[in-house]
Design a protein around this ligand. Structure first.
Ligand code: MRU
Length: 348
């Protein structure tokens, strides 16, 4: 299993995803500011992994509080800093809200006990994420047939989570069952999560993978070389509209045109039950230099205007099913997702 992020006594260790696949370097964070910067700089990325990092960030921050006198102000400062890191990933806010609930339930405890409770909660969030991904794999693997060729976009794998992955978790589960399959990985400009991260992890697990440039998917579908598409999600609105890495919408439209299933795999913590549709999902705009340069080298003129939205929204009508840890949701998603959420609450 790939180590994405780990709590280690009073520090957090994460693999530096900017350096993969050529260098496997680990970064250590000793305080919440370092965790916040690691999220902003994409040392760690992928919605569930960002959530785990934020929970660890809160734990590190609270460990540094020296006196109960400023407890609430300090907690608020830590919370707001981590919340400002990346706006689209619902799991970031979900993990922070969960840490705040535990803080408020236990804030009468002695400081050292409260600190231990919060460290434990953050470690639980990490462990639960891995477990959730395994369950998602079990729910979704039946959607993949023996001999299928699967297109995926970005990296929704072990590196984007506490381990195993969401979209890649479903693929892993089908592969572990003995199905013969091939994954087509979109390279995913500009950060190249597909080329650098998805290919790296699948290759490590000996899952056959073929790298393609982002503009090739349509042609491969037209030639009958793709059987289905599976991606992860950063935030899913109540009616099923799904924000994921920029370019996901294009693959969904292409899949519909070619009569191919388009699946989203995501934990229930990615679903924003407060937002009815995708128009209200905040979309992160990143630094224009990420488009003007490749590996620090200009590929256009420095003054050229650039747009760099990091995510797009795929309307629910393009999504054949949403695979979660509680089962598979089919349209209409407001009903099916709410049922799955209640099923999890009843089982708790
Ligand atoms: O900008 P990133 O790399 O954080 O974007 C990641 C994605 O879009 C993933 O597909 C999504 O977070 C799901 S990860 C299980």
């Amino acid at each position: 299993m790939l180590p994405t992020i780990k709590w280690d006594d009073k520090k957090v260790i994460m693999i530096d995803q900017r350096k993969l696949p050529l260098e496997e370097v680990y970064v250590e964070c000793f305080d919440y500011e370092e965790v916040a910067q690691a999220i902003e700089k994409m040392i760690i990325r992928g919605a569930p992994a960002i959530g785990v990092a934020a929970a660890f960030g809160v734990a590190l921050g609270v460990l540094q509080i020296k006196t109960r006198a400023s407890l609430h102000e300090e907690f608020e400062r830590i919370y707001l800093r981590l919340e400002r890191t990346r706006p689209t990933a619902r799991n970031l806010f979900w993990a922070l809200e969960r840490m705040r609930d535990v803080f408020l339930e236990n804030n009468k405890l002695e400081l050292s006990s409260l600190q231990q409770v919060l460290v434990k909660e953050a470690i639980n969030i990490e462990k639960e994420d891995l477990d959730t991904n395994k369950k998602m794999g079990a729910s979704g693997k039946g959607l993949i047939g023996d001999g299928d060729s699967i297109l995926t976009h970005c990296n929704a794998g072990a590196l984007a989570t506490a381990g195993y992955g969401t979209a890649l978790g479903v693929i892993r589960a089908a592969f572990e069952e003995g199905k013969s399959l091939k994954v087509y990985a979109d390279e995913t400009r500009p950060f190249l999560q597909g080329a650098r991260l998805t290919c790296w992890e699948l290759d490590k697990d000996n899952i056959p993978v073929v790298l393609i440039a982002d503009n090739m998917a349509g042609s491969l579908m037209q030639k009958g070389e793709i059987s289905l598409v599976i991606t992860g999600a950063d935030r899913i609105a109540l009616h099923g509209d799904t924000a994921n890495k920029i370019g996901t919408y294009t693959t969904a439209v292409l899949a519909k045109e070619h009569g191919l299933p388009f699946y989203v795999a995501a934990p229930l913590s990615t679903i924003d039950f407060e937002i009815p549709d995708g128009s209200q999902i905040p979309i992160e705009e990143r630094n224009p230099q990420e488009i003007r340069e490749i590996d620090g080298r200009l590929i256009t003129l420095p003054q050229i205007e650039v747009r760099n939205p990091a995510f797009d929204v795929t309307p629910a009508r393009y999504i054949s099913a949403i695979i979660t840890e509680a089962g598979i949701a089919r349209p209409p998603y407001d009903k099916s997702l709410s049922l799955l959420k209640n099923k999890i609450i009843d089982n708790d």
